[in-house]
Design a protein. Structure first.
Length: 296
């Protein structure tokens, strides 16, 4: 069996392991990931609230009402298979809650109030080209660190204006966001795939939209490295919800690097096929020789 076949079989096993919500997504994901459902919700918003500003985000599962970003993933799961009246009722109820949350809130100016909701995300250049107001720093050649306020039904990107209002060093914002993600990462599963009885590669798809962001959480990377039983690992985050890792010297390294590129091109919420090395202490992009060794 080829590495690609093993990889795709492993992805199927991983989906089973992370839970029924992810399995359900395989059935209903197309209309969500291609933006059709978002267009339906946006049309309903304009119908019930004429004149409200609706911004379609780069992520086809998200839109913004005013300054608040709303994630539609959970809503789509709830309405899948409902009759038209039931579907509209669920959407209207969801929007009523979202509109209430979208009202200006004083806690956006108080870092102490929002700090527990902060999380980091890694986004590609295209998102910053669309949303230049986001607070960010360069992470690598292809990715940037941004910050979000995470809530059950949405998350809001942090802007430079918000950071100025918090009156805090941006480095402290990132430290806080990464520490918060590290707490949730303690329960974030990853799947280990074996080849000839030895660890071949690992994949993480916990279903919480922060898989690739965990490149910032070194203790989590150390768990993966230990599971792969190697001194150093190569990692890639081709989509927002998929983090891949394999032993740096793996004989399958070129095939695995190619799979990362394939997932970037075919999977939703693309991030990057850039490769990184982690040795237990430091994460860094592969250098020129190492990239060539991976067929790049």
């Amino acid at each position: 069996m080829s590495v690609g076949s093993i990889f795709r079989a492993g992805c199927f096993v991983a989906l089973i392991c992370v839970g029924a919500a992810v399995l359900a997504g395989a059935a209903w994901g197309d209309a969500l990931t291609d933006g059709r459902f978002r267009a339906e919700v946006a049309a309903l918003i304009r119908e019930i609230r004429p004149g409200v500003k609706v911004l379609l985000e780069a992520d086809p599962a998200q839109l913004s009402v005013g300054t608040k970003t709303i994630d539609l993933t959970n809503l789509y799961q709830r309405i899948d298979g409902l009759s038209e009246p039931g579907r509209r009722h669920e959407v209207e109820e969801f929007l009523a809650v979202a509109f209430a949350k979208a009202a200006p809130a004083p806690d956006t100016g108080d870092f102490a109030t929002i700090r527990s909701r902060l999380r980091p995300q890694l986004v590609p250049d295209e998102i910053l080209q669309q949303y230049a107001m986001l607070a960010h720093r360069r992470f690598s050649e292809t990715l940037h660190v941004v910050y979000v306020l995470d809530e059950p039904n949405r998350y809001q990107y942090a802007t430079r204006e918000m950071l100025a209002g918090w009156q805090i060093d941006p480095a402290q914002v990132e430290t806080t966001a990464v520490a918060n993600l590290a707490v949730t990462s303690k329960d974030a599963p990853f799947e280990l795939v074996l080849g000839d009885g030895a660890p071949l590669f690992a994949m993480a798809n916990p279903g919480d939209d922060f898989a690739t962001a965990r490149l910032l959480v070194l203790p989590y990377l150390n768990e993966i490295r230990s599971a792969l039983k190697t001194d150093s690992i190569t990692l890639a985050g081709p989509t927002r919800n998929l983090l891949l890792a394999w032993p740096s010297g793996s004989p399958a390294r070129r095939a695995l690097a190619a799979e990362a590129t394939r997932y970037l091109r075919t999977g939703p919420y693309g991030r990057s096929d850039e490769l990184f090395r982690f040795d237990g202490r430091q994460l860094r992009p592969l250098n020129t020789m190492e990239r060539a060794d991976h067929g790049r």
